[in-house]
Design a protein around this ligand. Structure first.
Ligand SMILES: Nc1ncnc2c1ncn2[C@@H]1O[C@H](COP(=O)(O)OP(=O)(O)O)[C@@H](O)[C@H]1O
Ligand SMILES: O=C(OP(=O)(O)O)[C@H](O)COP(=O)(O)O
Length: 394
């Protein structure tokens, strides 16, 4: 079902509650990466240029309903002001007298940023009273927080029940790119799934097996599959209770004609440390007491070739512990292969993979880097995202 867009709204002279995802990484009080703020600019500019009075709301971190000084949005207000080249007012309250006064002082085109919505205990409980209170302050609701669209909280879902609503440009773009990739994919279509948690990626692996031509597995989660193949994996990451499921995925791949790629060699270490002794071994040769922390060079070559021959690649989760230099090669190889494959449309599914691509300085060469890690995964699993489901239909 197509959702209303901000293009469909007459916003002139209207007060708009606009949810954005300004949950940016902070380093000693400064913003370490402003990607998410920049991603929201088209919507904010559109609303401002069309004469709306914009009340922005976002969370940062997980303060659990209490004020946490380090998680205030003051640095975000300043950054937004710099990026827009326009004044951004800021309230140190989520809701209350100061917010009311500041809203009353807004003129057409003006922007106010509220304090971190998760300082309010009602936000994550999706409290009805808080939703009504926000709705009572404004005329319209716009959601552009793709990264938080999988949460049913007041500012992402609850408030939409009491106001006419629409999606912002970022949500529209994310849905279009991810939706097109999954519903009408360019082929060969390859998904690369890595990272650490098998449990969190089961849904997406299952769903992708109905859609892709190639499924590449790397990262820590690969070793539950390697174990399921019957090899010993030493002290590598293992989710024992998922071995049977891993087997069933390999069988499903075979039934569906999906080529299923697992590591054929690995970089193993004698401890989980940058300074550990490490060596490359074939996958059937991982000894007791060693743990696999990256895919090996033969695997990297294999994965590179699959990427080169693909027309569409979705990537979620690093191939190894890329944060430690000795175990970064596999992730780097995949990122470089994607950067080099000019005709291959590359979609990075947020979270750690986006961080890895950034780390290797290759962000500019990817076609789409999603602003949502968890949200893009849930979308790819085929789940309804509450923050999007709640919006008015066209
Ligand atoms: N072989 C491995 N063993 C242990 N941890 C790994 C391995 N490969 C990757 N990781 C870790 O997985 C983490 C990312 O996992 P995850 O949260 O599932 O990914 P994402 O955030 O991309 O969804 C990274 O911090 C990385 O160090
Ligand atoms: O950073 C976020 O999610 P992500 O790390 O899955 O991309 C979003 O801002 C959601 O935050 P949350 O997982 O605390 O609800």
């Amino acid at each position: 079902m197509k959702k209303k867009s901000i293009r469909d709204l007459d916003v002139k002279g209207k007060k708009i509650f606009c949810r954005v995802d300004f949950n940016v990484p902070m380093n000693d009080g400064t913003i370490a990466d402003d990607t998410r703020i920049r991603a929201a600019l088209p919507t904010i500019r559109h609303l401002s240029e069309h004469g709306a009075m914009i009340i922005l709301a976002s969370h940062m971190g997980r303060p659990k309903g209490k004020v946490v000084e380090e998680l205030r949005l003051a640095p975000v207000a300043k950054k937004l002001e710099d990026l827009l080249g326009k004044e951004v007012r800021y309230s140190e309250e989520v809701i209350g007298e100061d917010v009311k006064e500041k809203i009353a002082g807004l003129k057409e085109g003006d922007i106010l940023l509220l304090e971190n919505v998760r300082f309010h205990p009602g936000e994550e409980k999706n409290d009805e009273e808080l939703a009504k209170a926000f709705a009572g302050l404004v005329d319209l609701y716009v959601n552009d927080a793709f990264g938080t669209a999988h949460r049913a909280h007041v500012s992402t879902e609850g408030v939409a029940k009491y106001l006419p609503s629409a999606a912002g440009f970022l949500i529209e773009k994310e849905l279009e790119v991810l939706g097109n990739a999954l519903s009408d994919p360019a082929r060969p279509f390859t998904a690369i799934i890595g990272g650490a948690k098998v449990k969190d990626k089961i849904g997406v692996i299952d769903n992708l097996l109905d859609k892709v031509d190639n499924l590449i597995i790397g990262g820590g989660l690969a070793f539950t599959f390697v174990k399921a193949q019957g090899y010993e994996i030493g002290d590598s990451l293992l989710e024992e209770d998922k071995i049977e499921l891993a087997k069933s995925f390999m069988e499903k791949a075979e039934r569906n004609g999906v080529k299923f790629y697992l590591p054929i060699d690995a970089v193993v270490a004698d401890s989980f440390s940058e300074k550990a002794n490490s060596q490359v071994v074939d996958i059937n040769n991982i000894s007791d007491g060693w743990l696999a922390l990256d895919i090996g060079p033969k695997t990297a070559d294999l994965y590179r070739n699959v990427i080169k021959e693909s027309n569409l690649v979705i990537w979620n989760g690093p191939m190894g512990v890329f944060e430690m230099e000795p175990f970064a090669q596999g992730t780097n190889a995949v990122a470089e292969a994607l950067a080099k494959a000019g005709d291959t449309y590359s979609i990075i599914g947020g979270g750690d993979s986006a961080r890895a691509v950034e780390h290797f300085g290759l962000s500019d060469q990817m076609d789409h880097i999603s602003t949502g890690g968890g949200a893009s995964l849930e979308f790819m699993e085929g789940k309804d995202l509450p923050g999007i489901a709640a919006l008015d239909e066209k």
